[in-house]
Write a protein of this length. Structure first.
Length: 255
């Protein structure tokens, strides 16, 4: 996303519609700052004065309308918490002609620097399975898990979806290596797939066989494979997690 800018600097149909949406929430468009997602008709709007400074509004137009509406409804359902993690509360989801929007709690404070933590990822995945109605976050990464004075937060739920065991854990490990380079790619895959790796520990915690996580791990690997089409580790990960391949949990992973 680009930086926040004052809405008064914008003009045109989208800016006028955005002002109207904020008016539906009862906000003064003269006292907000906006951040637009690159390449998408989606905005996060921050209040800059008065009693509403602790709130944000997320707005989606066109093709982004349905995903924004779904994210807002999920945040309302989660009611601010998943296990020991906090989730931004949302009180209102409203929709109009070609747009949707919801308000949400603004996380304040200086966050810790994002870092790879298998323990935190494990705890979050167990909580998502047991206490979030079987929701897959869809974008679980160290930078979407913020620790501030008010607690540990899981943010950015716009890619959430129906539960797919193993997806969030694999996505966390792979994004930590392939996006942020917090650790080597081979190390990330070994830590995920090895004999005492994150996948086996998650399966034990959930009371399932490691192979039952295979579909989710495969789908996460395919996501990163589309961005790294020649990566041999991802190709192997996809093959090993094919139905009937039996690779997941065979303890054969040592890169």
């Amino acid at each position: 996303m680009s930086r926040f800018v004052g809405l008064r600097t914008h003009d045109g149909p989208q800016a006028r519609e955005l002002r109207a949406v904020l008016g539906d929430f009862g906000y003064d468009a003269e006292h907000v700052a906006c951040m637009k997602s690159e390449g998408r008709d989606q905005w996060v709007v921050a209040m800059t004065g008065g009693a509403c400074e602790s709130e944000l509004v997320k707005v989606g137009a066109g093709r982004q309308s349905l995903s924004v509406e779904a994210e807002g409804r999920l945040l309302r359902m989660l009611s601010g918490r998943v296990g020991s993690f906090r989730v931004p509360c949302s009180h209102r989801v409203i929709s109009g002609d070609g747009w949707s929007a919801f308000d949400m709690e603004r996380v304040v404070g200086q966050p810790d620097i994002p870092a790879f933590s298998p323990e935190v990822a494990h705890e979050a995945c167990v909580a998502l399975s047991r206490e979030a109605g079987g929701v897959t976050h869809g974008d679980l990464t160290p930078w979407n898990m913020m620790c501030v004075d008010s607690g540990r937060w899981i943010l950015d739920w716009e890619r959430s979806r129906a539960y797919l065991p193993g997806y969030d854990l694999a996505y966390y490990y792979l994004s930590s290596a392939y996006v942020a380079a917090f650790l080597g790619r081979g190390e990330a895959v070994t830590l995920l797939m090895g004999e005492d790796g994150g996948g086996v520990r998650l399966a034990v915690a959930l009371g399932v066989l490691p192979s039952e996580l295979g579909e989710g791990v495969k789908e996460a690997a395919e996501y990163f494979l589309r961005k790294n089409p020649s990566d041999p580790l991802l190709h192997r990960l996809v093959r090993e997690c094919e139905p009937g391949a039996g690779g997941y949990g065979r303890c054969a992973w040592a890169v």
